[in-house]
Design a protein around this ligand. Structure first.
Ligand SMILES: *Cc1c(COP(=O)(O)O)cnc(C)c1O
Length: 427
């Protein structure tokens, strides 16, 4: 499907049934797979043949869906994970371990910040967080000899900063390391990071890709473009023999197209087991089939709500990159010309107290930690997802205490605006 339009890929990619086979992706609800000889199975264990032997590592249903997302992003290999957290953890840990360093923007999802700044730090990986708006000099100064990757989000959750691909990819490549981009909020329908210099893309498929609040999941896609072997000293895990697989050197055996994902599957899935259920992959695929139709509507509602809030006297500020005058408007036009997403953030005049009162008065918009759902939902991050951060860190992450995040669903924009209007009246 690689020459087809994104709309066609959403519907058709990943699984093509043969004569008389099921039209819909089969749910292969099996932990294990049968082989005629020990020899045949041994070849799978040695990574000499491709196939399935145990669903902790790979499962056909999950692989059909990973192949669809791979095609949507324009990558060469992909894997599903049990969550977006697992995807970001694997994406970084696959190439950075104890004693290594990673440069990340500070405008990232709260869970990812915690993973990097606390949990991965305990594993010996150090992160330097830079402002998404940093100068090239500041960015270049963040690199160290042991830096192994650069990380950012296309549209930061919840700060809604738009990632400056050109700036960050230039710095990453000048230092001989790959750029990893979490493309959750944009989805490949609105932005394909590989076209803008990213080397690896991650997703929380829990958000727009599923889109119905049905299944937690994640995905990692490799562009196959980063040349590990010409930076072999930095990436021994890919460029020197793996003793746990009889001395295979991933970058040589699987080439640029397959080395990174094969290593992540063979080592990280084997050892950590963050594997999705086939049933969850099936549900994810249902979401993917309509992703292109839904994203357009999420963006239309987001734009309408942002414009409404911007002119409201009780609203202090609105952050939506689709509004002319927004700090990220130009970057959004450049990288996301079809629209950004349905998430809008804003401050209610009167600060934290007023914001809480406003939230309590909403009838249609539900209070949830979730975003990117068919049903509109909202959140006060400072008292929920980002509550582990102090005031300084909140501001660095672009999440001031008065920020309300509204995720516009697929309802009528008229009804959404009516709900916001009645709630604002009560503030
Ligand atoms: C939600 C989210 C994650 C984490 O994904 P889970 O599926 O909840 O584990 C990572 N990155 C971004 C941008 C997210 O919005």
């Amino acid at each position: 499907m690689s020459n087809m339009k994104i709309e066609t890929k959403c519907v058709q990619s990943g699984y093509t049934p043969g004569n008389g086979e099921p039209r819909q992706i089969p749910i292969i609800q099996s932990t294990t797979f049968k082989y005629a000889t020990s020899e045949a199975m041994g070849q799978l264990f040695d990574l000499e043949a491709s196939g399935y032997f145990y669903s902790r590592l790979q499962n056909p249903t999950c692989d059909y869906v990973a192949a669809k997302i791979c095609d949507l992003e324009g990558g060469t290999a992909a894997m599903l994970t049990s969550s977006g957290q697992a995807a970001n953890f694997f994406a970084v840990f696959n190439i950075a371990g104890n004693g290594d360093h990673v440069v990340s923007t500070s405008a990232i999802y709260g869970g990812t910040y915690n993973l990097f700044a606390v949990t991965m730090k305990r594993m010996g990986v150090e992160f330097t967080f830079v402002s998404p708006d940093c100068t090239e000099e500041e960015l270049n100064a963040a690199f160290r000899p042991n830096t192994k990757a650069v990380f950012g989000e296309t549209i930061a959750n919840p700060a809604l900063a738009i990632f400056d691909f050109e700036k960050f990819s230039r710095a990453a490549h000048a230092h001989g390391v790959p750029l990893i981009v979490d493309n959750t909020f944009a989805t490949p329908v609105n932005c394909r990071p590989f076209e803008h210099g990213a080397d690896i893309v991650t997703h929380s498929t829990t958000k727009y890709m599923d889109g119905h609040g049905a299944a937690v999941g994640g995905c990692i896609v490799d562009s196959g473009k980063f040349d590990w072997l010409s930076h072999a000293d930095k990436f021994p895990g890919l460029c020197t023999p793996d003793d746990s697989y009889h001395g295979i050197t991933y970058a040589e055996k699987f080439g640029l197209a397959g080395a990174y994902i094969t290593k992540a599957t063979a080592q990280l899935m084997r050892d950590f087991g963050c594997t999705p259920a086939p049933q969850s992959a099936f549900l994810l695929n249902l979401g993917l089939e309509s992703l292109h139709v839904r994203m357009a509507r999420h963006c239309e509602n987001g734009q309408a709500v942002a414009e409404y809030l911007q002119q409201h006297e009780k609203i202090a500020w609105v952050n939506y990159a689709g509004l002319p005058g927004n700090k990220y408007y130009d970057l959004a036009q450049k990288y996301l010309p079809k629209g950004t997403c349905g998430v809008v953030s804003f401050g209610v005049k009167g600060g934290r107290k007023a914001a809480e009162k406003f939230m309590a008065a909403l009838k249609l918009c539900a209070i949830e930690t979730h975003v990117a759902d068919a049903r509109t939902c909202c959140l006060h991050p400072a008292s929920a997802t980002h509550r582990q951060m102090n005031e300084e860190e909140l501001i660095a992450a672009g999440v001031p205490g008065d920020l309300v995040r509204l995720s516009c669903g697929l309802e009528s924009k008229d009804d959404l605006i009516a709900d916001l209007a009645q709630a604002l009246e009560q503030v």
